[in-house]
Design a binder for this molecule. Sequence first.
Ligand SMILES: *[C@@H]1O[C@H](CO)[C@@H](O)[C@H](O)[C@H]1NC(C)=O
Ligand SMILES: [Cu+2]
Length: 249
Amino acid sequence: MRLSTLLCSAAVLVGEVAAHGYVPWIRINGQTIAGWDVNKDPYTTPQPLRVVRGTKQDSGFIADPTSTDITCSIGNQALPPGPISATVAAGGTVDVLWNTWPLGHYGPVLNYMAKCPTSDCSTYKGDSGSPWFKIQQSVYANGEWASDTLAKSNFTYSVKIPSNIAPGAYLLRHENLALHGASNQGGAQFYPVCIQLTVTGGGSLNPSGLSFPGTYKATDPGILFNVYQGDAANQAYVPPGGSVYPGLT
Ligand SMILES: *[C@@H]1O[C@H](CO)[C@@H](O)[C@H](O)[C@H]1NC(C)=O
Ligand SMILES: [Cu+2]
């Protein structure tokens, strides 16, 4: 994508790879499940059904946190998601397998869920009301941003599904937020991915409260942030979207 290439040139100058990632696989209980391969799936006829929602035919970023792209990915609102989901037990783990992720796209990894109003998420956009709740976030630890930790972990990030949410159909919104250019307003880069899940077992908790778009503002202290101020400032970083929803186990 030309725009991403241009805006990522700062990263190239400091010796980083200007390739973004996408999520061609997830893994649950050791089983690898196809995600969305931006280089193959859009060109395959018939278009394959995937548990990871399709994105427009690139792996570029979203710069405007108030755009409708912020819900699930670039162009997501226009693409028909398939009636398919990956089953995971409440309390279980979904490994998100990115194809790649550049070192130096410093930032947190944020994870949200939204319960779909029917037993099948395929027609649910999740872009109105406040269905989302934060389940897990990784920020900055031991002098390293979570994005770099992900990149060094074979591009894999493990999301624990809360054990006490109600069973049913959910969207898992997994997001890399790259802040390497975020000291200027509009410089943060959002890379959300939505995964269609069927959660089994669980409890009776039905959390909600966050909106995409809605929750994020370009001027949030976790979005307009200079990652080059040093360790103490990075440790004090407060990610957007608030804390993990209270009471999740
Ligand atoms: C890294 O991830 C890829 C893709 O998921 C996988 O094929 C490979 O086995 C993984 N390598 C290691 C060392 O885990
Ligand atoms: Cu980039």
